[in-house]
Design a protein around this ligand. Structure first.
Ligand code: CFM
Ligand code: HCA
Length: 533
């Protein structure tokens, strides 16, 4: 049995003093005997370190805005930035009757050297003109990349002029990559703008009872399709999804829902909070990853709406769905049981997927986020406002002030309090509380640390992203991309759990890994540097 404290000490010992001190604060071994355990997060990566993080532009344009299918998303910047957010995340979108869907396109101003020298606004205006003439979109978004901020192009002025000229919303996002320490700042910028300019601008007649928004679900590999299938089957009225398979038209009406479900807390907590403050809609932390998580979520939702018929229908659907998957899940569990996983994903999946891994008998021994904040690790209750780090402070204050409160909370205070005791209403517990003693949590894991950890612990599966997948696989360790799901999915909900179990059991049980010799095994110098892998 490996002593994880020693493992971390060994890993840290290779760093020069200042870096060691810095990195030490970003890692811990869970120990429930300690009163409080804290972890440093959402701070700048040490320059020179190979991080998996992306930039504010990726978080704004790529993550939050990208899935909105009826909007032409123009990247104002060099073509590489646009290319980086084009398709690889696998957020899917299907146009319903009469809807537009521009998801498969990459729109960019393709800035060149002369634009940097003489300014790029002319090019941006031309790009908007072409987009309107050729595609006739419902709306346009403009996302700024690093050079735009550096040369001072005024995308807000261009957007305003275009909006007046073409009569459609043209939204400008000042999400230059350097605006924060990671994607996280970009989420905040996107959330603020959608709240300020889109949400609440159109009314909607309810289609059924129980109107809800699904926040922080981006339909990666079709997850949102599976979740919507279940919610439709029970009878919920989905007002909007932010933003997977979503449209700006639907988001305009989001203020008409009675409950917000928050799947990825990290990327959308700002909108959830603002919707509660401004429109009185409570939010519930949900988790549609894992069978038990899905069941618990559905039960909490039914309890929230407090309707016997809904509670009964929920139980019927759970039973029916379980009946369809249980034999297959049991079969895959048998093939995976007793294995271990290391998970390193953006800001919520390294937590959410632990449940699903457990359900097929796999224990997560190391987990971490690329860009989670401390509340994603430690829970919301514990963290006071000191959490605001440089990247948060660069962003304008929330647009909702106390005087603007227009709606009453859609529950009595007493009922809200009572429900809070039974479910994560307006609350999020974070990753650490659900991990076991001795397990390791590491923030902003880098490539050096990845190699040391995988070498020492040799998990059966490493759940991570494209930047480190092949490093792991060259070491003979199966790696499943938990960002894009490689080419698979959905993994959410009931049917998704089976897809996941199938893919993981195939990956673990293939004999391929026995035929691989890590390159450093044949190179004594690298072998020594890696500490005797
Ligand atoms: Fe939320 Fe996401 Fe994630 Fe995220 Fe992302 Fe993503 Fe992710 Mo990649 S919104 S924090 S910024 S769940 S793109 S769909 S997979 S890093 S863990
Ligand atoms: C992003 C998108 C990303 C990248 C994934 C990866 C995604 O943050 O820019 O590094 O493998 O999910 O596509 O997180």
């Amino acid at each position: 049995m490996i002593d994880n404290k020693k493992l971390l000490d060994n890993l840290l010992s290779a760093y020069p003093g200042k870096s060691m001190k810095n990195r030490k604060e970003h890692m811990m071994v869970k120990d429930s005997n300690k009163n409080e355990q804290h972890i440093m997060a959402n701070t700048r990566t040490i320059p020179g370190i190979m991080t998996n993080r992306g930039c504010a532009y990726a978080g704004c344009k790529g993550v939050v805005l990208g899935p909105l299918k009826d909007v032409v998303h123009i990247t104002h910047g060099p073509i590489g930035c646009s290319y980086y957010t084009w398709g690889t995340r696998r957020h899917k979108g299907r146009a319903k009757d009469g809807e537009k869907n521009f998801i498969s396109y990459a729109f960019s101003t393709d800035m060149q050297d002369p634009d940097i020298v003489f300014g790029g606004e002319k090019k941006l205006k031309q790009a908007i003109k072409e987009a309107v003439e050729i595609f006739e979109p419902e709306a346009i978004s403009i996302s700024a990349t690093c050079p735009v901020g550096l040369i001072g192009d005024d995308i807000n002025a261009v957007a305003k002029e275009a909006q007046e000229k073409y009569g459609i919303p043209v939204l400008a996002f000042s999400c230059e990559g350097y605006k924060g320490v990671s994607q996280s700042a970009g989420h905040h910028i996107a959330n603020n703008n959608l709240m300020e300019h889109v949400i609440g601008t159109k009314e909607r007649e309810p289609k059924k009872k129980y109107p809800i928004n699904l926040l922080g679900e981006y339909n990666i590999g079709g997850d949102g399709f599976e979740i919507s299938r279940i919610l439709d089957k029970i009878g919920y009225d989905i007002v909007s999804i932010m933003t997977g398979d979503g449209t700006l038209e639907e988001i305009k009406t989001a203020h008409t829902a009675d409950l917000n479900l928050v799947q990825c807390h990290r990327s959308i907590n700002y909108i959830a909070e603002m919707l509660e403050e401004k429109f009185g809609i409570p939010w519930l932390k949900v988790n549609f990853i894992g069978v038990q998580g899905t069941i618990e979520t559905l039960r909490n939702m039914a309890k929230y709406f407090d309707d016997e018929a809904l509670i009964q229908r929920t139980e019927e659907v759970i039973e029916e769905e379980l009946g369809e998957i249980k034999d297959l899940l049991a079969k895959y569990k048998e093939m995976c049981d007793g294995n271990t996983a290391c998970l390193f994903v953006g800001g919520s999946r390294a937590h959410h997927y632990q449940n699903l891994f457990k359900e097929i008998g796999i224990e997560t021994v190391v987990a971490g986020y690329e860009f989670g904040h401390r509340d994603d690790y430690e829970g919301r209750g514990i963290i006071p406002d000191i959490e605001m780090t440089a990247d948060d402070r660069n962003i304008p204050e929330l647009t909702v002030t106390k005087d603007e409160k227009r709606y009453k909370l859609r529950l009595s205070k007493e009922r809200y309090k009572k429900l809070q005791e039974e479910m994560p209403l307006g609350d999020y517990k974070g990753m650490i509380s659900e991990m076991k003693d001795g397990q390791v949590i590491i923030d902003d894991l880098n490539h050096y640390e990845t190699e040391i950890i995988l070498n020492a612990l040799k998990p059966a599966v490493f759940g991570s992203g494209i930047k480190d997948k092949y490093v792991a696989q060259k070491m003979g360790i199966f790696s499943k991309q938990l960002h894009s799901y490689d080419y698979s999915g959905p993994y959410a909900g009931f049917k998704g759990a089976v897809n996941f179990a199938r893919d993981i059991s195939a990956g673990i049980n293939t004999p391929t890994w026995n035929y691989i010799t890590a390159p450093w095994k044949n190179d004594p110098q690298i072998e020594a540097e890696l500490g005797g892998a």
